[in-house]
Design a protein around this ligand. Structure first.
Ligand code: PGA
Length: 222
């Protein structure tokens, strides 16, 4: 059976108290059969330390991912979080989410620098592509195919069909050896229709991951 990556992207959500409630509930993950599944959670920077301690203390089968990385090294870059700081807590970094491309003007050259910086610090980039024509930097092993219109918080979300997502995944894999995940409005009810496709290696979940019970349902049904 192919191993599935199931990624929770919290975006700019959750205080520490809310994170504690989520983690207390997610400990039920230990009752699930995860032999063919790998779980990665992307909390905001403010919660990475807390998540790591909680996961270590409770031996939870969860890896951590930062939602961004500075394209600069350590130094005089107010507001930035650099690769060595991330590496203390996480193994992965999200790069190229459509919300960062459009809301924070991150273009291809910035994203390439961020990918390079991740690799320099031994972090694994999880890179988003919005369609088949999105430029994919060198050195990637995981990409997420996520059309912006499929994101649950977009004005009129249109979920991609599993067939189309699988076709796009296949095309992306023809160019480079990649694990391709699908992202966009995933729920416990539809996750399986994506993960059962031969070229899809997992899912990235935004809104539904904020509710621990729902996220457990997604992991279980994937
Ligand atoms: P969604 O978000 O699951 O709420 O659509 C996915 C994402 O944008 O990361």
């Amino acid at each position: 059976m192919k191993p599935l990556l199931i990624v929770a992207n919290f975006k700019s959500n959750k205080t520490k108290a809310e994170a504690k409630n989520w983690l207390d509930e997610i400990t039920k993950i230990k009752d699930l059969n995860l032999s063919d599944k790998q779980i990665i959670v992307c909390p905001p920077f403010t919660l990475l330390d807390y998540f790591k301690s909680y996961i270590d203390e409770n031996s939870l089968p969860i890896e951590l991912c930062a939602q961004d990385i500075s394209r600069f090294p350590q130094g005089a870059y107010t507001g930035e979080v650099n690769g060595s700081q991330i590496k203390e807590f996480a193994e992965y970094v999200l790069i190229g989410h459509s919300e960062r491309r459009t809301g924070f003007n991150e273009d291809e050259s910035v994203l390439e620098e961020k990918v390079k910086m991740s690799i320099d610090y031994n972090l694994i980039p999880i890179f988003f592509v919005q369609d088949e024509s999105t430029e994919i930097p060198q050195g990637l092993s995981i990409v997420v195919y996520e059309p912006p219109s499929a994101i649950s918080t977009s004005p009129n979300p249109v979920v991609e069909s599993p067939e189309t997502a699988d076709e796009v995944a296949k095309k992306l894999k023809e160019v480079q050896n990649l694990n391709v995940l699908y992202g966009g409005s995933i729920t416990p009810g539809d996750v399986r229709s994506f993960t059962e496709k031969s070229d899809i290696s997992g899912v990235l979940v935004g809104d539904a991951s904020l509710n621990a019970a729902e996220f457990l349902g997604i992991i279980k049904n994937a």
